[in-house]
Design a protein around this ligand. Structure first.
Ligand code: SF4
Length: 304
């Protein structure tokens, strides 16, 4: 295990070494520990990777630049929790599948890892403290939905990266949308089996000049009006060679204000770890990127 960055009182980023698909070479997973502050006191959230690299090709994401190298096994996912807890000595209260990779591109391992993480004879993490974040893979969502009938699984949190108010913008920044457009995704979210009092987290990376206009906020509020959700506005964290800058704080608050004025419950995610490339959308190891094994493919390439 290698700790690759930390900022005082802020995030800790660490890598675990895993074998490459040829069995001889070496790859790395990346995980981030994020300190949070709640009404009840401080806590630590662990952001885990489910793949090395990612095949989804989102334009705003550092990991996408790597392409997919391989899926992680349930054991390799759980190892990230083990290292955070036992090697780094952090007390982890929440786990989010928001690190490298699209969790629902590797659903069997993710489901297997959740089974282990919540096992009372092992890590014993409460299901309601785990969130799976997806780019909106409808096939994977259907698989996950099947799990919801199992005891306790309805407590699992769901976050979905929407990031655009319409198909035109979304297809430009998220290739998945060409195969699984909003018209198919939103009804799945509307019918999602939520536990009482909970909501889906609709993630919206705010990118200057792309999806940050006031009318985009109006369109987004209309798009998700029947989804029980909180829109989490995430200020864009520039990846390497990014064509866009980060939004100003004022632009973020204006977008949030506009959503609120349309009756949409929303929050602004505080940016943490940008300096150490540990912030949302910034994971991706340049060293590994030079050793690409699998060319970048998207569901759009494979056809619907
Ligand atoms: S945002 Fe998520 S799904 Fe999209 S390329 Fe990055 S890691 Fe993959």
């Amino acid at each position: 295990m290698l700790e690759t960055g930390s900022e005082a009182g802020e995030v800790r980023k660490f890598c675990l070494s895993v074998p490459g698909i040829d069995g001889a070479s070496e790859l790395e997973t990346e995980s981030v520990i994020i300190p949070m502050r709640h009404r009840t006191g401080p806590s630590r959230t662990l952001c885990v990777s489910s793949q090395v690299g990612c095949a989804m090709g989102c334009e705003f994401c550092e990991t996408a630049q790597m392409g997919l190298m391989r899926n992680l096994s349930p054991a390799e996912i759980v190892s990230q929790w083990w290292c955070a807890t036992h090697t780094l000595g952090e007390r982890i209260s929440n786990i989010v599948f928001m690190g490298m990779g699209e969790p629902l591109d590797n659903p069997e391992s993710v489901i297997g890892a959740i089974e282990i993480l919540t096992d009372h004879r092992g890590p014993s993490v409460a299901m309601r403290r785990i969130t799976v974040s997806t780019v909106g893979r409808i096939d994977g969502l259907e698989l996950l939905r099947e799990q919801m009938s199992r005891p306790g699984w309805k407590q699992l949190g769901l976050a979905v990266s929407v990031n655009a108010p319409n198909d035109e913008i979304r297809s430009r920044i998220m290739p998945i949308n060409r195969a699984m457009p909003l018209g198919d995704l939103v009804p799945v979210l509307e019918g999602w089996p939520l536990r009482s009092g909970s909501a889906i987290c609709v993630e919206y990376v705010l990118i200057p000049g792309v999806n940050d206009a006031p009318e985009h906020a109006d369109e987004l509020a209309a798009l998700v009006r029947h989804v029980r959700c909180c829109v989490n506005v995430i200020p864009y964290n520039p990846r390497r060679d990014s064509p866009w800058p980060a939004p100003t704080e004022q632009a973020c608050w204006e977008f949030l204000g506009r959503l609120e004025s349309r009756g949409q419950f929303c929050k602004l995610r505080k940016t943490k770890g940008r300096k150490t490339m540990a912030a949302c959308g910034q994971l991706g190891n340049e060293r590994i990127r030079r050793r690409r094994f699998v060319e970048l493919t998207t569901p759009a390439d494979a056809g619907p």
